[in-house]
Write a protein that binds this ligand. Structure first.
Ligand code: ADP
Ligand code: MG
Length: 715
């Protein structure tokens, strides 16, 4: 145990220069170093004699050194190192290296050597170019087996790491294993010592896979324990139990202008059942864009408000918050509710009373009362306001609710971990002497593959809207090569003449999360081109991330009011606003985006009655055959869950989460498609917590968990 925590400073082989580099890589202890895993392996395991049969194959040869020489070519500042060896059949082979004259300090004539590399034929002589080499008398570390290759870092070679790791491995022979032995036996998993040995120096591919499985299982096991603990902590809190009023809900649903989908019914029921419990709900509502999450949220809000409680809805942007405000004022027009919109720029108040308020709202939102912030806060703390809608401005400390019982977070993945945490703590309200927390409903419009949802959101209960409202026309999607561009532009003209509106999405030049000035410039150039050369007869608007909130708002408001025909926007700008009249979405350089992201963009059209279209453009003069085949699936389906499963398969899970993606080791990530592994890990985590809830008898596991929690967040 102590050996594991041992600082690498105590290892004399590792000189200060190397120590420094390792520290930069986050490697301080023996344990850190041993858990620095290879990212790939060279297969040098085929040990054979030199022969025509293996030409152009990667092999390992053993033989005696017959000749050595360093040749300097001054003109080209090049040193060529050459050795000739003879194998057991006396077949000779020439090995050549460039600019590594020091090799001959080790390799001498008469010595037995092992070489690994690709066998070729050079003027009738067998040869190898820059093979890996090692004296035959030494252990197979760099040749003759599966060789680990570590992520490249300046100043440290894989060869050096191999040597160090090989020396460190024996000293941890008795290291404690955080996976209980029964668990290991049950799933046929290596113990940690064997697994570490096999992951660095695998004896075979099969053993390597077994070692990787073991670590993937271990990580998932930790994730599951952590999520179960979070869940348990949450469930130990108190909340207001809100009785399900069947008549109220039935009447509301009956008066909707549409029939709920079965998925909406089921989700609503699950939520209403949760609200009845004196334990806080913590539920994720996962449904594609347009699947109708708002109504489900409204049903739960209606229940809570009617029972006399307050409800808060939090959206990630002002635009979305405002849109919710408008939607909810309308949805509750026949209820006597007071609704407030509270963001940095808006302090709006709406008393829903029959159609009067609503008609005002529809004509001109500004006629809804504007309240000074302080008055608004007073109305919230007095309980007069039933429903508060806002951005994270809602979590500010001076906002006091009278009896907040339900918090709904829209697009939860776009809030930072800290904001989400603050919301949960911030809303804790003393109520009748008992401290209660509100029920929490989070919503996300990114369809999350089931395995991911289990893996990451194990602390939440899950409701899925996997069914679209019936009246929805599937969006027609087409991949467009450069020849098709003009045709699409003509199509756009005909659509605008029919009074429809168009979105054009531009990608970032570099793949990054924020927009650079170069991106803005490129967007402006494209906007100019479209305005002047392509569509001079129409009105275009431009949105990019460097605009001020007010300016963005203005552009969107204009688009919404049909004063703009074509909205050109960079991909980082959230155009969450609902424009039912927009029927065409063009995505430039579509190959740069992940499928899930494309699907999100596409979701901005197809919200009205008219047939909508999505055209996936490619940036340069690429032929259709060069388009990644993965884009085909966009043409084939509108089902967000199908698309996200595919995306998970193709690009891994990282893209689905902002803050979550960081920290989880690649090895666990790679196995996230493995449903069985996740299920088993969850089961074992449940078992261990059942017998030892505080992990008192599993101190190693507790330590590992502590370390793990510092790295990743699962709340
Ligand atoms: P999202 O899940 O993206 O938040 P919304 O709740 O905004 O979706 O719903 C999108 C649109 O579909 C809204 O105009 C809403 O009124 C409508 N809608 C919701 N449920 C149904 C349904 N069952 N049948 C028909 N239209 C519906
Ligand atoms: Mg929504």
């Amino acid at each position: 145990m102590e050996n594991l925590k041992l600082s690498l400073k105590n290892i004399s082989r590792i000189t200060p220069k190397y120590l420094k580099t390792l520290e930069k890589m986050g490697i301080f202890t023996v344990n850190d170093f041993l858990f620095y895993f290879p990212f790939r392996y060279d297969d040098f395991s085929k040990i054979v004699p030199v022969s025509q049969d293996y030409l152009n194959q990667v092999i390992t040869i053993e033989g005696k050194i017959k000749k050595t020489k360093n040749v300097r070519i001054f003109r080209r500042r090049l040193t060529i190192t050459e050795i000739i060896i003879e194998d057991e059949n006396s077949t000779s082979l020439k090995a050549v290296w460039f600019n590594q004259p020091f090799i001959l300090e080790t390799l001498k004539e008469g010595m037995e050597v092992r070489l690994s590399g690709k066998l070729s034929l050079d003027k009738k002589t067998f040869s190898m170019n820059s093979p890996a080499w090692e004296k035959s008398s030494r252990d197979m570390t760099n040749t003759g087996r599966l060789i680990p290759v570590y992520p490249e870092t300046v100043g440290i070679t894989s060869k050096w790491i191999r040597w160090q790791i090989k020396m460190l491995l024996p000293i941890i022979k008795n290291m404690p294993d955080i996976l209980p032995s029964e668990t290991r036996k049950k799933y046929n998993l290596y113990d940690v010592y064997t697994a570490l040995n096999q992951i660095h120096f695998p004896d075979s591919k099969e053993k390597l896979i077994r070692a990787q499985k073991r670590f993937a299982f271990q990580e998932m096991f930790l994730v599951q324990i952590k999520t179960l603990q979070i869940k348990k902590d949450w469930e130990e809190k108190n909340s207001n139990n809100i009785k399900f009023d069947e008549k109220l809900i039935k009447t509301f649903v009956k008066n909707l202008p549409f029939k709920l989908t079965n998925a909406q019914r089921k989700a609503s029921f699950e939520i209403l059942k949760d609200l009845e419990k004196p334990r806080p709900m913590n539920r994720l509502l996962n449904g594609d864009v347009g699947s109708g999450k708002t109504i489900v949220a409204a049903i739960s809000a209606l229940q809570a408000i009617s029972a006399g409680y307050q409800v808060a809805i939090m959206a990630p942007t002002e635009v979305l918050a405002r849109q919710h405000f408008e939607s909810f004022c309308k949805i509750f027009e026949n209820y006597n509710f007071n609704i407030a919109l509270l963001t940095n720029s808006y302090k709006l108040f709406c008393h829903c009373e029959r159609s009067e308020a609503i008609s005002k709202l529809n004509n001109e939102i500004a006629t809804v009362a504007v309240l000074p912030r302080n008055d608004m806060l007073k109305e919230i703390s007095s309980g007069k306001i039933n429903l508060v809608i806002g951005t994270h401005a809602l979590i500010q400390k001076d906002i006091q609710f009278k009896n907040l019982a339900l918090v709904i977070i829209d697009e939860q993945h776009r809030f930072g971990v800290n904001q989400r945490a603050a919301l949960q703590i911030g809303v804790e309200t003393p109520n009748l002497g008992v401290s209660t927390v509100p029920h929490l409903l989070t919503m996300t419009a990114t369809p999350i593959p089931r395995t991911l949802a289990i893996a990451f959101f194990g602390s939440l209960d899950l409701s899925v809207l996997d069914e679209m409202p019936k009246n929805r026309k599937p969006i027609i999607t087409k991949i467009i090569t450069s020849e098709g561009r003009d045709k699409v532009y003509n199509f756009i003209r005909s659509e605008i003449k029919k009074d429809r509106q168009i979105f054009i999405i531009l990608p970032l030049i570099e793949e990054s999360l924020s927009e650079s000035m170069a991106d803005v410039k490129a967007a402006k150039v494209e906007f100019e081109r479209l305005s002047k050369e392509i569509f001079p007869e129409f009105k275009l608007g431009l949105l990019h991330g460097k605009l001020k909130a007010k300016e963005k708002e203005e552009v969107m408001q204009k688009f919404s009011a049909k004063e703009i025909d074509i909205l050109v926007s960079t991909s980082v700008v959230e155009v969450g606003i609902d424009i039912p009249n927009a029927t065409v979405m063009i995505i430039e350089n579509s190959e740069r985006f992940g499928l899930s992201q494309l699907h999100q963009f596409r979701g901005r059209v197809g919200r009205g009655e008219n047939q909508s279209y999505c055209f996936l453009f490619s940036g340069n003069k690429e032929q259709k055959s060069l388009f990644p085949t993965r884009l085909k699936i966009m043409e084939e389906t509108n089902d967000g869950f199908k698309i996200s499963e595919k995306d998970l398969e193709l690009r891994g899970p990282g893209q689905f989460f902002g803050t979550l993606q960081s920290g989880l080791p690649d090895i666990a990530m790679e196995h996230l498609g493995n449903v069985k592994l996740i299920k088993f890990a969850r089961f074992e985590a449940q078992e261990i917590l059942k017998s030892d809830p505080k992990l008192k008898e599993h101190s190693e596991l507790q330590n590992a968990l502590q370390k793990f929690s510092e790295k990743i967040h699962l709340e």
